[in-house]
Write a protein that binds this ligand. Structure first.
Ligand code: SF4
Ligand code: SF4
Ligand code: SF4
Length: 323
């Protein structure tokens, strides 16, 4: 019998759903084993009964074996949908960095709601100023939350976007009753670049500003990007984006590293609850670079993980003393 699947998107861009499609041909093998009973991106399903006859205060999600949620929680409606998904689904998966850690939208957690309303609506410098919208819209939550801050989550598939191979692997594990977990290893643990445990010298550079690599050369000839002076979050980011091995049996290379880009940290912390901002300061110092040279480090080093209490508004600066 096919496993019933419910999928919901909360505070999202839609890229996670595209990753499901990116599974490609292998999705055709999986589909006969899956029955999608709820998926707003693909099918019309009302929350209060198909003709609106249901309880307007209760969100109805059909019962499912597997629930998949992409996106974090930015408003009260999304929180209620996450709760309804939890109640209706035996196993709940968070898909993508927004659902797992708050993702890019959680960078807004650096400001209070009032500061954001002021900047975006009341004091807008680029569009007509307007009052804070409050009609026919669910109220915003005080900050962006990762889904596991609101409900219990059974399986997390991080990534922005998540890797199609990993989604396929997780679904296959669930269908065959095997556990799906990611090891507590870092992107560096899977990175084939050459390391000398010290920076080549100089200051921290802007991304790609004079990076040295030879396309398609053996990886041992490419110096670690961080040791070249580029901010690479590989030391503090969970591995897994590389997948396992190629068809030829060779180890795969982390996605951005393979594209000659430093890791931006989208798979989140290596260990649950870790703070990449703090850990990265240590990693930068340990090879002789200067952490104080990282511009806007709160935002850059917590870019995907600002939920779960990692990004907060800074305390207001005291007013200058009157002379
Ligand atoms: S994790 Fe990335 S791809 Fe997925 S919804 Fe968030 S921003 Fe989009
Ligand atoms: S810092 Fe980046 S480039 Fe260097 S080993 Fe780690 S992942 Fe690879
Ligand atoms: S290398 Fe880093 S930023 Fe790139 S996909 Fe992997 S975890 Fe995400």
């Amino acid at each position: 019998m096919a496993a019933k699947v419910a999928e919901e998107w909360l505070n999202i861009c839609g890229g996670c759903e595209v990753s499901i499609l990116d599974i490609g041909d292998a999705l055709l093998d999986l589909l006969p084993q899956l029955e999608f009973v709820h998926m707003p991106v693909l099918m019309d399903h009302k929350y209060h009964g198909q003709t609106g006859e249901g309880d307007p205060h209760k969100i109805e999600i059909p019962a499912a074996d597997v629930g998949i949620i992409s996106g974090g929680i930015r408003n009260e409606k999304e929180k209620a949908v996450a709760l309804a998904m939890r109640n209706s689904c035996k196993t709940l998966i968070t898909l993508g960095s927004c659902a797992c850690f708050g993702g890019i939208p959680a960078m807004a957690n650096m400001w209070t709601l009032e500061e954001m309303y002021e900047k975006v609506y009341r004091g807008s410098k680029t569009t007509e100023k307007s009052p804070t919208p409050n009609k026919d819209l669910p109220p915003l939550t005080d900050r962006v939350y990762a889904v596991d801050e609101a409900v219990k989550v059974d399986v997390a598939i991080p990534g922005c976007p998540p890797s199609p191979d990993m989604i396929k692997e997780a679904l296959t594990c669930l269908l065959t009753g095997k556990p799906f977990t990611l090891p507590e290893k870092s992107v560096c643990d899977e990175c084939p670049t050459k390391r000398e445990k010290k920076a080549a010298g100089g200051d921290i550079k802007r991304p790609l500003d004079g990076m040295t690599f030879k396309q398609n050369a053996p990886w041992e000839e490419t110096r670690c990007y961080m040791e070249q002076g580029y901010l690479c979050l590989g030391p503090v980011t969970k591995s897994g984006c590389a997948g396992q091995t190629t068809e030829a049996g060779e180890a795969k290379v982390p996605r951005c590293i393979k594209g000659y880009m430093p890791c931006r940290g989208c798979f989140g912390p290596v260990k649950k609850g870790a703070n990449p901002l703090v850990d990265m300061m240590g990693a930068i110092s340990s090879i002789g670079l200067k952490p104080e040279q990282v511009a806007d480090r709160r935002a850059l080093l917590s870019r995907y993980v600002g939920g779960q209490g990692r990004l907060k508004p800074l305390p207001a600066k005291p007013a200058p003393a009157k002379k």
